[in-house]
Design a protein around this ligand. Sequence first.
Ligand SMILES: [Zn+2]
Ligand SMILES: [Zn+2]
Length: 259
Amino acid sequence: MPELWRFLQSLAAITAENAIRYLVFAWLAWLLAFRLLAARWAHRKIVEARPTAADVRREVLWSASSILVFGLVGAATYLAVRAGWTRMYFGEPFAGVGWFVASIVLTIALHDTWFYWTHRWMHRPAVFRIVHRVHHRSTNPSPWAAYAFHPLEALVQAAIFPLAVVLVPMHPLAFVVFMVWQITFNVLGHTGHEYHPRWLMDSWLGKVLNTPTNHAMHHETFRGNFGLYANVWDRVMGTNHPDYEARFRTVTGRSRSGA
Ligand SMILES: [Zn+2]
Ligand SMILES: [Zn+2]
């Protein structure tokens, strides 16, 4: 019985934590990009139209259901940690600061790889119809689309929690840093504005980093651009959309006056 009670407690805590993180980050991005700085950043909007109120409502509702799935998987992962089935370690987080940082970098690389390959799998027609179509109902997503997944896709996405703590020895604080990183990137990728400088695509960094333009085109065309944080898997596997770099240069080449 105490285990069930512990599960319910951690379910409530992890669900609330994920909900707060989502609400704060998506709301901030919405407030800045679509309200306060909408005019100032208009020239960096990748798709010209604004997401509709119906889009936003649908994205928030599906995200709420995903957050519950994240809570369930998170609580199960927490029990696994308590049972000693994972590599999570406790104590002074910065005792080995080198590993603390390395564990975050490794988890980001692991998540990037997990996301790319499961995303490609979800684009197989039979899987797409059931698992991934909900996310693609947003052809011009808003920041609120960050967690707009069918529950089955939410399960695939949440699998990174147990995967990370089973494969990477990490401190709980490193996991929190990773979670802040993932929501930041996820929200920025769905805000529909390109914030990178134009020179990015002419440097090696542009070949490595993923951009909001890349993901906006994925939502627009349903083809290519499967990556999350990095553009490495898309380049290695030749799955970047053929117009990706040109589109990035067009968006970042516009001046504020609209010329
Ligand atoms: Zn997709
Ligand atoms: Zn998306």
